[in-house]
Design a protein. Sequence first.
Length: 464
Amino acid sequence: MGIAMFVIFLMSDLFTVLICRYAMSDTYEYKNGIILGVHIPQSALESDEVETFLTSARKRYKYFQNINILFAVVVYIPILFNLAAGIFVWIFWLVIYIAGYTFSTNSAHRKMYRIKIKNGWINESSRRVYADTGLSSVQQGKPVSLKCHIFIMIFEVILFVPFLWRIREIYFGEIAVYFAAAAAVSLAAFLLHIFIDRRLDTVYSEDARINQTVNYAVKKYWGIGLVLLSAVNCMAYMFVDIGMLINGELNFVWFIIYIIIQMFSVAAIFITLMMLRKEKNLILADENPPVYVDDDEYWKTGYYFNPDDRHLLVQNRLCDTNYAFNYARPAARVIVGAITVFIAAAIIITAVLLIPFMNVTVNIELDDNYLKVKAAGYKCEISLDDIKNVELLEKMPEDNFTRTNGGSTDEYSIGYFSGRTAGKCMLFIFNDCSPVLKIETGDKTVFVNNKDSSSIIDLYNELK
């Protein structure tokens, strides 16, 4: 399992770093009068100050991305030895990478803006909003129908319906989580598709025909990408659904295939956005000169802040295939603040839950007429008077144990589980150790073992 998880995490993060590297690559090139999100005249590129700065900025960006490709490999080595420790290290790296990625791009943008202001490269006559009345007068059809998303979501519901008659099965909670994840992705893609279709068209040129062509391409490729994302995500859920119906469980091989299919869903939208960027560049390549609207003062921090703009989301200046919040709108600050708090809380909670699993030990105490078992933050206290049966087993019974709340790796299984035969139970088990002590009370079953086999035998003799 450790090797498989290593491969999954490694491929996912390499994919993420490469996508981020590609997404910002055009930002460091001069296009449509802009470089690093700042409008400057083309002649300014020949100045020593700009040339020196851009050379340095490009090197720093490439160095940052290259070093993180290396880290994306190295950071997962701990997973081969300790899954909990490996995930903890991965979370730390991911936070550092996101912070560094944001800082590197925004700091370069702010430096470029300061150079612009210092040299007075501001054309007051261009500090206006160019309105293309041809865009507002032309009603373009939707390139990709929103009904595609509705059909996909209905199909996901149909796939889940058979499990409503199996709600008492131990795997129902697990399949419900997969269904909720699939439905959430499809719904998010649907809502984003609506936003893309209804957003105000962007003016790229004084030629209305070019503006219509580019905006149609944006909607077309975003629509295709989002529908593909939903469709492949649905296929991944369908695979899980079939596996559960056939086997009554989702074994590790099926889970690996599910992850691989999900990676294709991300690849699908990434490829369509690459195609969009290529087509936009081709369409705008012949536009000379481009529409020049110097609104850099609203982007001078690297974030958009324009009190006169009523839009909550605008096209991102630093990455034209992305969107940015208008932080002059209170709703934007509330949404970003809520997301930040949620992510920070999730990271803290995950770290708190993982720390006990870095070095798992099973502590067993027998005193004051009570048996107390503790491991990795989970504990069980049993009154000796409540014990109905005690068995010493050579190994864990051949049952389909499903984790409901706890931790499970190749090395151990700790926490709350549910078995087809055993029902609801608690496990304090090192998977390669024997014997196993099975303790039954009126309302629970507990399985316990230890790396020191003699302590389990002694405990059995005291309890029987």
